[in-house]
Design a protein around this ligand. Structure first.
Ligand code: FES
Ligand SMILES: [Fe+2]
Length: 347
């Protein structure tokens, strides 16, 4: 793995900086990824541009300036920086100035996929794997509700939470699941940098959702995925006619802040037409409960440090941590040995 200049191996991935609709040709947008402050805008052809949010002159924030002729104009002394991040106008030098290559700021690669703007901080973009595609997005028969949320916690704890089943009967009691002290069996696999959990004999224990997600109580196929370094994808398939995908992309802002882009994508057949507002309302209600838990968890961690003890059901989290630890050490998590384990727990 080729570690980029900022020496953080997590830089070697694509992260969502914003939704496509938030990036304009008229106004710069400020974002932070892995503590790196960025300014983004679109050129007149619509191409997304990202660079370090730092004017090369006296280090003012370019995001506080304006977009002008596909360039950024710094509001402090008016230096103009083009889309290649090179300074092309220094008003104080008058009409006969030369463009000096050395006067530039740092530029980053952008991608626009699935109505998201991705940025990578990698030093060698050719080595960065393509971003995870949000499942079924804009496919015929599927609808997507897109949510954005800020968590005051890190990517690891957020991702763990999204594929953590035991908390659902406590934190989301009655909304998402109902506690029945039923045994759940599952198999977890660590394969190719991902952790995949296959739940067996899942019941209709989906609380409030059951009436339209699974009215005939057909067996549910429930599979959760964690894809390194920051994606979780939860899949529910109810018989041949209903599907529900909860995909979350965690963008690390800093050690204690994560921006989470969640796609709730569903195919509920005839219910598609009216399901979106219900899915949005219920989905956000569940996430609001998780935000409260995760924000509180980080308060405790900041005071006492991270000291986790595990139950048997936490094998999922142990494997997710093993994948992220591998990246932290600068190694490729895909090279970790294959692992498969059966486990059971009660909810
Ligand atoms: S700090 Fe940007 S022009 Fe001077
Ligand atoms: Fe939750």
């Amino acid at each position: 793995m080729n570690i980029s200049e900022n020496n953080n191996p997590f830089s070697e991935y694509w992260y969502i900086a914003c939704e496509s609709k938030d990036l304009k040709t008229t106004k710069p947008l400020a974002r932070t990824i892995l503590n790196e402050t960025l300014v983004l805008f679109r050129d007149s052809k619509g191409k997304p541009i990202a660079m370090q949010d730092r004017c090369p002159h006296r280090n003012f924030k370019l995001s506080k300036g304006r977009v002008e002729d596909d360039c950024l104009r710094c509001p402090y002394h008016g230096w103009k920086i083009n889309s290649q991040s090179v300074v092309i106008d220094v008003p104080a030098e008058g009409p006969h100035q030369r463009t000096v290559k050395a006067r530039s700021t740092k530029k980053y690669e952008c991608l626009e996929i699935d109505d998201f703007i991705y940025v990578s901080l990698a030093s060698d973009i050719t080595k960065v794997q393509t971003p995870f595609r949000m499942p079924k997005y804009k496919e015929p028969g599927y609808k997507t509700v897109r949510l954005f949320n800020v968590f005051k916690n890190n990517v690891l704890n957020c991702a763990e939470n999204y594929v953590d089943v035991p908390h659902t009967v406590f934190v989301h009691d009655k909304i998402f699941r109902v506690s029945r002290q039923e045994k759940v069996e599952a198999t977890v696999e660590r394969v190719n940098g991902s952790v995949i959990i296959d739940y067996q004999k899942e019941t209709d224990n989906l609380g409030w959702f059951s009436w339209f997600l699974n009215p005939k109580k057909t067996p549910i196929k429930h599979t959760d995925h964690f894809h390194a370094p920051n994606i979780t994808s939860v899949e529910y398939i109810f018989g041949p006619k209903r599907e529900f995908y909860i995909s979350s992309h965690c963008t690390p802002v800093s050690d204690d802040e994560t921006h989470v882009y969640t796609d709730l994508t569903f195919n509920f057949g005839v219910f598609n037409a009216f399901a979106a507002p219900i899915v949005r309302y219920q989905g956000q209600a569940v996430i609001d409960q998780d935000i409260e838990v995760l924000n509180t968890q980080m308060e405790v961690i900041k005071k006492y440090g991270t000291h986790f003890q595990n139950s048997k059901a936490d094998i999922v989290h142990v494997l997710i941590e093993s994948v992220r630890d591998e990246i932290k050490e600068g190694r490729d998590p895909k090279a970790l040995p294959y692992k498969k384990q059966h486990f059971e727990f009660w909810i």
